[in-house]
Design a binder for this molecule. Structure first.
Ligand SMILES: *Cc1c(COP(=O)(O)O)cnc(C)c1O
Length: 409
């Protein structure tokens, strides 16, 4: 296929494969089991000697079409989809880590990923949290048994940006698997493959699906990691070329055995959403830039965190690596302004969770999604009690600015 741009590639990907009845969308296949020419072919598919589907939990044609699109977006060698973003992150640990292994993780993390790390730590895997905005902290935490470094591109909610490129160089030198959660940037703004990530996480629920109407997650192997350097691959999964070892093991040990499979209906919703990822990201990033500038200029706002602002500590990294600065920002109101009163005055922005929706969503972070972790861990992540997270949508810019400004008045 010709080397088309991001959106052309996604729009025409299903059709290129010559799908059923000339449908322009890959149809929603609900069948759990599949038919074969004869019993010998059944055996041959189950033994991996010819391509085909075995059972819906391990793969499905509609889901496979989405996996192919996510691979194209990330320019990876393959992708596995999961029921949720957490399903994808959980799969990394389930399939690839063993008791006695060690992981270095950014301390600036999506709240549930933070919680998952605590679980993993209780199962005999050592986890160290570091300030990953500086590669030196990551380097200092490495041990001989470190199997993986895990970071997010733009951390939610304070928007810290990992030292993405230098961490990639460090992992390459040491033969350590580099896992990057690309959810906040999406493959339209940034490809972790470009900084040497071996595995890329995308919560498809967020910008890729984009409409808050389907949950999903994906793991993409970029081909950058040499799996022959990874000690935890079972002999059984080393039959194929080594570039496939990681995904083969993840599909069997995590997707098949733990069963967080993406439903075909959800895969269809996400695939339709993905067609407009670039358009929505451009618009939401422009809105976020305008909103961040307005808030930063207002006396009643104590702090604004947005990578597009010159005042952001990692503005330089973001400008160098990302196509735009994304749709996530957060801010603190000055003392004396109650964040609940403020949120209640907003008319367009909706107080709720979720990110990467077409609609602008706001949430008082300390009192909701980061409540469970307690004040100490919140403080270590730089999360103030009054912090408001904004997932900027694609509304008309003037309407959005007016909404946030008049709620301040
Ligand atoms: C939302 C999110 C996840 C989890 O995705 P779900 O689909 O909600 O499970 C993981 N990482 C990041 C950065 C997220 O924003």
């Amino acid at each position: 296929m010709k080397n088309y741009g991001f959106t052309s590639t996604i729009l025409h990907n299903d059709r290129q494969k010559g799908i059923e009845h000339g449908s322009l969308h890959k149809p929603i296949h609900t069948s759990v089991t599949f038919g074969y020419a004869d019993a010998r072919q059944l055996a041959s598919v189950f033994q991996g000697k010819e391509p085909g589907f075995r059972y819906g939990r391990q793969g499905n044609p509609t889901v496979a079409a989405l996996e192919d699109k996510v691979s194209k977006m990330e320019q990876g060698v393959g992708t596995i989809c999961f029921a949720t973003g957490m399903g994808a992150i959980g799969a990394v640990f389930q399939a690839l880590l063993r008791a006695g292994d060690h992981v270095v993780s950014s301390s600036f993390l999506f709240g549930n990923t933070n919680s998952l790390w605590q679980t993993v730590a209780g199962q005999g895997v050592g986890v160290d949290f570091v300030d990953a905005t500086d590669v030196a902290n990551v380097a200092a935490a490495l041990k001989p048994e470190t199997r993986m470094v895990f970071v997010e591109t733009i951390a939610n909610p304070r928007t810290q940006i990992a030292d993405l490129k230098r961490i990639g160089e460090l992992c390459a030198q040491r033969g350590i698997l580099y896992v990057v959660d690309n959810t906040m940037t999406s493959p339209y703004l940034f490809r972790p493959k470009d900084v040497g990530a071996g595995l890329v996480v995308n919560a498809l629920t967020k910008s890729i699906g984009g409409h808050g109407n389907a949950l999903g997650g994906a793991l993409t192997d970029t081909g950058a990691y040499d799996w022959t350097r990874f000690p935890n691959i079972f002999e059984n999964y080393k039959k194929n070329p080594s570039v496939q070892w990681g995904l083969v093991q993840i599909r069997a040990k995590a997707l098949r055995d733990f069963g967080a499979s993406l439903a075909p209906e959800a895969a269809h919703h996400i695939a339709v959403g993905a067609e407009t990822l670039a358009l929505r990201m451009d618009r939401a990033s422009a809105n976020a830039r305008a909103l961040a500038a307005m808030l930063e200029a207002d006396q009643r706002v104590a702090a604004v965190y947005y990578p597009g602002l010159k005042s952001h500590p990692q503005h330089g990294i973001a400008a160098e690596l990302f196509k735009d600065f994304g749709s996530l920002l957060s801010f603190e109101l000055k003392d004396g302004i109650d964040c609940f009163d403020y949120l209640n005055k907003l008319k367009l922005a909706i107080p709720t969770s979720n990110l990467g929706d077409t609609r602008t969503l706001v949430i008082p972070v300390s009192h909701t999604i980061f409540y469970e972790m307690g004040p100490e861990r919140r403080a270590s992540m730089g999360i103030a009690d009054s912090l408001i997270r904004v997932s900027v949508g694609i509304e008309d810019t003037d309407d959005l600015i007016a909404d946030f400004r008049s709620a301040l008045d």
